[in-house]
Design a protein around this ligand. Structure first.
Ligand SMILES: [Zn+2]
Length: 213
């Protein structure tokens, strides 16, 4: 006996989600069969609203209910500090630790195996944004604070490659020292981590990125 079509369709939808295999997809679909209709209605309503009620910020590419987003339009935030992240979820992480600058979300990292090159990410938009911002600040006489571009992509191989690519593009563009400064978030040992269990790469980076005590 084949499963009823509506159940099969839902299982197929669940299976497309990251981290969900066929067994979990089946379990979720059968679980939802037992959930009261009102709860299912609320669930599907929220799912539909996810796309219809959110917007991609035209400046920083973060996700918000308004465009430009609340961070871009907040004049109390420092426009000369821009964190570059690979996902909107990372913006949320930096917000939690009280960062008061701005962001630029790439929506991915360079990954040749998945056919994701620089043009699939919002890198060209970042360069244009920086160029425009520098041109605007040149009009304000007497004060030119360099923009610090803080590269905060993951420390995975793809994250590193993406950060290196952006740093190279900025360098090749020939911006002046007082226009853009590119930095990378420090890498090292996690809090509570044991040195004897750290891998070689992490340990050597912790040594390279040491700070004055
Ligand atoms: Zn924004």
């Amino acid at each position: 006996m084949n499963l009823p079509k509506p159940i099969l369709a839902l299982i197929n939808s669940f299976e497309r989600l990251p981290g969900i295999g066929p067994k979990t997809a089946q379990r979720l679909a059968f679980y939802l069969l037992r959930v009261p209709s009102e709860d299912i209605a609320e669930f599907s309503h929220n799912l539909a609203k996810l796309k219809s009620d959110t917007k991609l910020c035209s400046i920083c590419k973060n996700v918000d209910e308004v465009d430009p987003c609340n961070i871009c339009t907040n004049s109390l935030r420092d426009p000369t500090k821009i964190i570059v992240t690979s996902s909107p979820l990372d913006v949320y992480a930096f917000e939690k630790v009280g960062f008061k600058g701005k962001y630029h979300v790439l929506h991915g990292v360079i990954n040749p195996l998945d056919n994701i090159g620089p043009d699939e990410l919002y890198i060209n938009e970042l360069i244009k944004r920086l160029t425009d911002q520098i041109a605007d600040s040149a009009d304000v006489k007497g004060q030119t604070v360099p923009i610090e571009l803080i590269l905060a992509t993951n420390t995975s191989m793809e994250g590193e490659a993406t950060a290196m690519y952006i740093a190279k593009v900025i360098k090749d563009r020939g911006y002046k020292e007082d226009e853009i400064r590119v930095t990378r978030i420090a890498r090292g040992l996690p809090v509570g981590g044991d040195i004897e269990y750290a891998d070689d790469v992490t340990l050597s980076r912790a040594l390279e990125g040491r700070l004055k005590f």
